[in-house]
Write a protein that binds this ligand. Structure first.
Ligand SMILES: Nc1ncnc2c1ncn2[C@@H]1O[C@H](COP(=O)(O)OP(=O)(O)O)[C@@H](O)[C@H]1O
Ligand SMILES: [Mg+2]
Length: 319
C-alpha cells in the first residue's frame, strides 16, 4: 500500500495528484490547483540557498529557502512574503526530510499542534520537506520569541538550560498560563518518546495572538524541527534529550518518575500528567504505524520503532 505524502494515510483512488490525497493537499496548499512538483532541481536549491542564506529571516543550521505561490500557482523561491519553507535533506543526513515529515506528524498523537507539512518533489524527483509558515497571518508578521531569546541568551547557549527551567520561563512569559505550560510539557514527552535529541531552546517558541500588544505571550507556536534524530546512522550527539530534564540532575537515564517530577515542578496537576502519560502509552501502536507508513528507508524505520518501544517502556515506569 502507498501512503499520502502529506497525511501518511492510505492513498485513495479519487486523488487529483499522484501521491497525494485531495484533502490534506488542500489543507497544506489552500488549493488543488497548486503544482505538486517544484520547478527547480535539488542542485539549483543548494546554489540558490547558499547565496540567500545570509540575512534570511528563517535561521537555523540546515539550508532552507522561503517559497511562495505565484499567479500560476507554482511554488517559487522568494525573498519576501514567504508562505512556505523548503528544507531538503542535507548531504550528510540522507532522508532527513522523510524523517522530519514523519516525526512532525507524530506530534499530533501527543496533542501537540505541528506546523502543516509534507513532502514535495524537486523537478528531478528528489523529495524535500516543506512546511507552511506560522509566523504570518494575512500578510502580517506575528510576534514570537524562542526560549533562548526569552532567557536573553545568545543562540550558542541553546543547550545550556534544563527543561524544568525552560518550562518555568514559559510560565513566566505567559503570566502563568497552565495550558501553555502543559503544551510545553507534552513537547518534552514527545521529544523523549521519538528520540529527538535536538529540541533545544531555539526549537521552542512562544507567540502572541494578532492584536496582543501586551507583555505576555498567548501560546506556543505550532511545533517545528521534530526529527527522530537517533534513527540516523551516525549521530553527532548521544544525549537522550537536548536539555537536562530537571535543573538538579543526577543522571540522564529517564523514566516516567522523572516526567512526573517535571510536571510537579512546573505546577501541573498530577492527574493531568498521569492521564496524559497513560494516553500516550496507549498510542504506541498508532505511533509505530505512522513510522511504518512513512517514506523513511526501512533501516531508519526499524531504528525509529526500536527507540519508540524502549522509550515507551521507560515512560511507563512510575505510571
Ligand atoms: N513552519 C514554520 N513557520 C515559521 N517559522 C518556522 C517554521 N519552521 C521553522 N521556523 C523557524 O525557522 C527556524 C529554523 O527552522 P528549523 O526547522 O528549526 O531548522 P533547523 O533544522 O535549521 O534548525 C526555526 O528556529 C523557527 O524560528
Ligand atoms: Mg531548529
Amino acid at each position: 500500500m502507498t501512503f499520502c505524502k502529506i497525511s501518511l494515510k492510505p492513498l485513495n483512488k479519487t486523488s487529483k495528484y499522484e501521491g497525494y490525497n485531495n484533502l490534506p493537499f488542500k489543507n497544506l496548499f489552500q488549493s488543488l490547483k497548486v503544482h505538486p512538483k517544484l520547478g527547480f532541481t535539488r542542485k539549483d536549491f543548494f546554489i540558490e540557498s547558499t547565496v540567500k542564506s545570509r540575512g534570511m529571516s528563517i535561521s537555523g543550521l540546515q539550508q532552507k529557502l522561503s517559497l511562495k505561490l505565484n499567479h500560476k500557482k507554482e511554488l517559487v523561491i522568494t525573498d519576501t512574503d514567504g508562505e512556505y519553507i523548503l528544507k531538503p535533506s542535507p548531504e550528510a543526513f540522507p532522508n532527513a526530510s522523510e524523517n522530519e515529515h514523519c516525526a512532525m506528524l507524530t506530534s499530533r498523537l501527543f496533542n501537540v499542534e505541528a506546523a502543516p507539512c509534507g513532502l514535495i518533489c524537486f523537478s528531478d524527483n528528489e523529495p524535500a520537506y516543506i512546511t507552511k509558515r506560522f509566523d504570518r497571518h494575512g500578510g502580517i508578521k506575528i510576534h514570537q520569541e524562542d526560549l533562548a531569546q526569552g532567557f536573553g541568551m545568545e543562540s550558542e547557549k541553546k543547550y545550556s538550560q534544563s527543561y524544568e527551567a525552560a518550562g518555568k520561563l514559559v510560565h513566566k512569559m505567559t503570566n502563568g498560563k497552565a495550558a501553555v505550560v502543559f503544551d510545553f510539557f507534552r513537547r518534552v514527552v514527545h521529544a523523549f518518546v521519538t528520540g529527538n535529541d535536538d529540541m533545544h531552546l531555539k526549537n521552542l517558541s512562544l507567540q502572541k495572538l494578532p492584536g496582543n500588544t501586551g507583555l505576555y505571550y498567548d501560546r506556543m507556536t505550532q511545533h517545528y524541527d521534530c526529527l527522530f534524530t537517533q534513527a540516523f546512522d551516525h549521530i553527532s550527539r548521544s544525549d537522550v534529550l537536548a536539555l537536562d530534564l530537571l535543573a538538579e540532575e543526577k543522571d540522564d537515564v529517564y523514566t516516567g518518575y522523572d516526567f512526573k517530577l517535571l510536571g510537579e515542578k512546573l505546577g501541573l496537576r498530577e492527574k493531568l500528567i498521569s492521564n496524559f502519560i497513560h494516553d500516550i502509552i496507549q498510542k504506541e501502536t498508532a505511533l509505530v504505524d505512522l513510522i511504518n507508513h512513512s517514506f523513511m528507508p526501512d533501516c531508519m524505520k526499524t531504528k525509529a520503532v526500536s527507540i519508540v518501544e524502549q522509550r515507551m517502556k521507560a515512560l511507563a515506569l512510575g505510571f
